[in-house]
Design a protein around this ligand. Structure first.
Ligand code: FAD
Length: 385
């Protein structure tokens, strides 16, 4: 028994698309640390990355739960949505906080894929998780902001035309609340590269197109300010819930891929004259991973329903991401153990998925910060920082 699968037609269509991009495809990219251009193009052509964009701007106008179905299916098929998932949720900042002019200018291109909005830059080397301490500074100079500073671990910047950038427009010390004084700029990477923006790739354990960004007097038109100057923190905040729920769905996809792989292998692999899956020491961890996955899937579904109903979903989004990322990791660990030595051999894809799924306990937002949020906001425990 598994949790009800919402949007079955979308799932079937995405699974069919993903079957054209099998393990060999992802493995070759992983070795070369290359971007899955063909796969992202196919998803774009199928309209899947425009799932959440309203119809008036050329998207499908579907709820977040439909986006979850797309990304879960990509991961359940053995692929990795990290190359493009931001195209789904980052546009929400423009949609919810952009002016009519900005929406008309950018959303149709994002919907048809001619304009890629894949980059969302918040994290900095010195601020880490404490976003209010970002130092990247934008100072108004006539009709431009002049940006100086640095970002780290920003994904997909080399594969994006636009970037949502969080900057400080008023120093923290001059603000009433430490989350005041930050602003969101939509940066056109095509104009910015080499004109005050430089990008340096960061090599990570998995193929993630991570980069460090350096801003040196980058000029961004004031027209590209999203929302109000100084109100940037709340602009990005509501997008973070969508991001957490969608990534929770990817983790459910990973967990289901691991559990299915482990079950199949445990039925086939014969040692001591019987399938290894006949041993309870092998089958119980797989059953436990399945149970953990289905419980987490319910929370992801619940969080998406609340989000789509316009209800507050902060606690649910955080709980969903925590449970799903831990379920994926537990299922991955069980899958490696079930495969024995073959769990470490590249040809089986298990080790690749294992490396890929580990990220989600750290980014976006680490497990400790979720625990702290739930402890202090939901349970009213004293704050430690
Ligand atoms: C592959 C990858 C892709 C990423 N993509 C993006 C992106 O596209 N855009 C973007 O803006 N960022 C991105 N990030 C950054 C990511 O969101 C951060 O790495 C993450 O939020 C943690 O920040 P940090 O690395 O600075 O860790 P730190 O803030 O230094 O924290 C380190 C550890 O200490 C713990 N910790 C810190 N403070 C506390 C506390 N008060 N109580 C308990 N524990 C605490 C944390 O939970 C964490 O485990 C990405 C990161 C990676 C690795």
């Amino acid at each position: 028994m598994a949790t009800e699968k919402t949007f079955p037609e979308i799932r079937d269509a995405v699974a069919a698309l993903c079957s054209q991009y099998p393990g060999e495809y992802w493995r070759a990219l992983d070795v070369d640390k290359a971007y899955p251009t063909d796969f992202v193009q196919a998803l774009t052509d199928g309209g899947y990355l425009a799932t959440l964009i309203p119809e008036q701007y050329g998207g499908a106008g579907l709820p977040l739960a439909a986006g979850c179905a797309v990304l879960e299916e990509v991961h359940r098929s053995g692929g990795n949505g990290a190359a493009c998932h931001a195209q789904m949720y980052t546009m929400g900042t423009v949609l919810r906080h952009g002016s009519d002019r900005q929406k008309a200018q950018y959303l149709p291109g994002i919907a048809d894929g001619s304009m890629r909005l894949q980059a969302f830059a918040v994290t900095e080397p010195t601020s880490g998780t404490d976003t209010s301490r970002i130092r990247t500074r934008a100072v108004r100079d006539g009709e431009h902001y002049v940006v100086n500073g640095q970002k780290v671990f920003i994904s997909r910047t080399e594969h994006s035309d636009l970037m949502v950038l969080l900057v400080r427009t008023t120093p923290r010390e001059e603000c009433v609340k430490h989350t005041d004084g930050m602003s969101v700029l939509l940066v056109d990477m095509r104009d910015a590269l080499g004109q005050g923006l430089s990008i340096q790739p960061i090599d990570t354990v998995m193929n993630h197109a991570s980069t460090a960004l350096f801003f040196d007097d980058l000029r961004v038109p004031v027209d590209n300010l999203i929302g109000d100057e100084g109100g940037g923190f709340s602009c990005i905040l509501d997008g973070l819930n969508a991001e957490r729920i969608l990534i929770g769905a990817e983790c459910i996809g990973d967990a289901r891929w691991f559990t299915e792989k482990a079950s199949c292998y445990a039925k086939e692999r014969q040692v001591f004259d019987r399938p290894i899956g006949a041993n309870q020491g092998v089958q119980f961890p797989i059953a436990r991973a399945h149970i953990q996955t289905e419980a987490a899937a319910l929370m992801v579904q619940h969080a998406a329903q609340r989000y789509d109903a316009g209800e507050s979903a902060g606690a649910e989004a955080n709980m969903a991401k925590l449970l799903a990322s831990e379920a994926a990791w537990a299922a991955g660990d069980t899958c490696v153990q079930t495969f024995g030595g073959y769990g470490f051999a590249r040809d089986y894809d298990v080790e690749r998925k294992f490396r890929e799924t580990r990220l989600y306990q750290v980014a976006p937002v680490s497990t400790n910060l979720i625990l702290s949020h739930i402890a202090t906001r939901e349970l009213d425990l004293p704050r430690s920082f």
